[in-house]
Design a protein around this ligand. Structure first.
Ligand code: NAP
Length: 396
């Protein structure tokens, strides 16, 4: 890529917004050109508006940038969005209708039928769905989403198994880090010396998103994986890194039960992005940890620069076929890093530079786009609020 693509961050002051800033420092393809947040922050220097919570210094150039209002006017053509679902539901279509490629972290549109929910290693082909979005026709803009932070790790571990052996049932119990609730998140008096066995909407999101991600794009829609799934989600006193205990019943693609060695081999050989030269793609997306007491958040969350999922403790399950433990970094692989990798994939496919700038389409076209946009928002909002599966305004 000759010159870097300017990108904007919507929700730049939040937990995920800060991760974008940290991860995009020195990114070879993208450069932060615009930062936006709520009215509380807009007009201030980023260094004053944001309570920087990460363990690397806030880059000086970013600290000096002025936070913009969260409006498409003056935003670059590529927007990484990390705002609460209730806000995203209104804002993200407005940016897409104005010609922006919106890469979203929120749950608002993940289950919308014409919006791709993508993990590049798992279902890159689902990106085709952007062509079905009315905004793509009118202004060039579109929306792409990445999954919930606990779903990403699970699906990356399941994909190589599903491909080779098939999966019929999935049972997962999560132990999710506090950073998954944003900042300030869960009160310290609620989480220290404690486990909270409830994260609003999380179990429904995991169950629905997993099956969409592992589903097949058939014609214009995704046919979800026909597996049964049950999730238990818990908040635990860990800062970063979601741990998940998983049991699975395999399908019959082999005509016999897979062995432990075959499952470990499926994980080790899973390198679907090899040779594509995407800067954020981990060389080994699913890393096997053979020690009996791994993976652990403090020891394993930064594998593959936070972009790899670590799996371990694979053993027979007395109820289903096999059980194992996985770990992934929730704000890197589970949020900001996931969006960046989606953007790299879109750039490599030539889909980030094709959309015309928001002001080049003319008044008539813009009016038409707004009308179509209202229709998508109405349709998708009905879909999102109508079904428990897509999850309301809860975190992740
Ligand atoms: N944390 C995770 O691990 C994780 C993982 C996956 C997905 N997600 C999803 O990513 C999104 C952001 O999560 P987060 O953890 O970063 O949340 P957060 O720390 O609470 O940050 C929220 C951001 O949204 C901005 N905002 C609030 N109201 C706004 C408005 N009316 N207009 C424009 N911006 C507004 C805030 O700006 P101000 O500072 O000005 O208030 C802040 O920048 C959520 O949808 C969440 O579910 C989070």
């Amino acid at each position: 890529m000759k010159s870097k693509l300017p990108i904007g961050i919507l929700g730049a002051t939040g937990m995920v917004g800060q991760r974008y800033i940290q991860l995009l420092e020195n990114h070879p393809w993208f450069e932060i050109a615009w930062l936006a947040a709520s009215d509380r922050s807009s007009g201030k220097k980023y260094g004053e508006a944001a309570k920087w919570r990460l363990d690397t210094p806030l880059p000086r150039r970013i600290a000096e940038m002025t936070v913009s209002p969260a409006e498409p006017k003056n935003a670059p053509k590529i927007v990484f969005a990390s705002v609460d679902a209730a806000i995203a539901r209104e804002m993200e279509p407005a940016f897409a209708n104005a010609g922006c490629a919106v890469l979203s972290n929120s749950s608002a549109f993940r289950m919308a039928p014409n919006v791709p929910l993508v993990i590049p290693e798992v279902n890159a082909d689902h990106l085709e769905m952007i062509e079905e979005q009315p905004s793509r026709q009118s202004s060039g803009g579109y929306m792409v989403t990445n999954p919930n932070c606990s779903t990403i790790g699970l699906v990356m571990a399941l994909k190589p198994i599903e491909e080779r052996f098939g999966i019929e049932q999935i049972f997962v119990t999560t132990m999710q880090a506090v950073s998954g609730a944003g900042y300030p998140g869960v009160a310290s008096m609620d989480i220290l010396d404690n486990v909270v066995p409830y994260i609003g909407g999380e179990e429904e999101k995991m169950e629905a998103e997993t099956l969409k991600l592992l589903g097949k794009l058939e014609g214009h829609a995704v046919n979800p994986l026909a597996a049964r799934m049950s999730a238990h989600c818990n908040r635990v006193p860990v800062v970063d890194g979601h741990t998940e205990c998983v049991s699975i019943k395999l399908g019959n693609k082999l005509g016999r039960t897979a062995t432990r060695e075959e499952i470990v081999e499926a994980w080790s050989e899973f390198r679907p992005l090899a040779g594509r030269d995407l800067p954020f793609a981990p060389e080994q997306p699913v890393e096997w940890a053979g020690q009996p007491d791994r993976p652990q958040p403090r020891l394993d969350r930064n594998r593959g620069r936070g972009m790899a999922v670590t799996v371990g403790r694979l053993r027979p399950c007395n109820l289903l076929d096999w059980k194992f433990v996985l770990l992934s970094h929730n704000t890197v692989r589970g949020a900001a890093g996931a969006t960046i990798l989606n953007a790299e994939l879109l750039a490599s496919l030539g889909k980030l530079e094709q959309n015309p700038p928001p002001d080049s389409s003319g008044a008539l076209k813009r009016k038409k786009a707004m009308e179509i946009g209202d229709a998508i928002v109405a349709g998708v909002t009905a879909l999102v609020t109508g079904g428990a599966a897509s999850g309301g305004t809860g975190v992740c």
